[in-house]
Design a protein around this ligand. Structure first.
Ligand SMILES: [Zn+2]
Length: 210
């Protein structure tokens, strides 16, 4: 699947599974889900196009939109003032600093590995999610949901995932290419679900607040 599909799938999954009860928690769920959904494809520059049978590289415009989308959540979180940024500032110390360093190292290592190997494994998922947990706890569960949604979606593609990295064996259901009609349909469904979930959750939060 392409980045935009993983990001919307991560957001929709995180919103629906965590049902956040305030505007800042909605932003945290969307940011964590989007980031978790996007993170495993850090390794995408090592993509082997032939293996997916079709051209899978995302256009540069799409990458810019994806990055802008995640950056917008962080700005919104900062403006709302009660979410992830506030948590990081209030809990800053040695453990979150080490976790941030670990995240940077993992991201670098992930970007250097073969596509669908380390970052698309249970080991990679556990390490990334643990680092997010120690860095910014409120974002950890949405991030984990987003990450798991990415591996689940990729599992249906032709190209296998090294789920038990460093073991070499690859697993997939080989049902669809990563950039075909299924990718497009899933993107629109997840976008619709995200918009509907945000509208409903914000309405409920506003109603509860009186
Ligand atoms: Zn992937």
């Amino acid at each position: 699947m392409l980045g935009k599909t993983h990001i919307t799938l991560g957001m929709a999954s995180a919103l629906i599974l965590t049902l956040p009860g305030s505007a800042s928690a909605v932003v945290t769920a969307m940011a964590g889900g989007a980031l978790g959904g996007w993170m495993p494809d850090l390794d995408a520059r090592h993509r082997d196009k032939a293996a997916d049978k079709v051209r899978v590289r995302e256009p540069i415009f799409g990458k810019i939109v994806n990055a802008a989308c995640i950056a917008a959540f962080l700005v919104l979180d900062l403006v709302l003032g009660k979410g992830m940024c506030r948590y990081v500032v209030d809990h800053w110390g040695i453990p979150p600093a080490c976790a941030l360093l670990a995240l940077a190292i993992l991201a670098y290592l992930g970007s250097q590995t073969e596509h669908r190997s380390f970052t698309h494994s249970f080991l990679g998922m556990a390490l990334f999610c643990a680092a997010v947990w120690f860095f910014c706890r409120p974002a950890a569960i949405p991030f984990t949901i987003g990450y798991a949604s990415h591996l689940t979606a990729d599992f249906f593609n032709f190209r296998g995932l090294q789920l038990f990295f460093p073991l070499k064996r690859k697993y997939s259901l080989k049902k669809c290419p990563s950039n075909g009609r299924v990718n497009q349909i899933l993107f629109w469904i997840c976008l619709g679900l995200t918009v509907a979930a945000v509208t409903a959750l914000l309405a409920i939060a506003a109603f509860a607040a009186g």
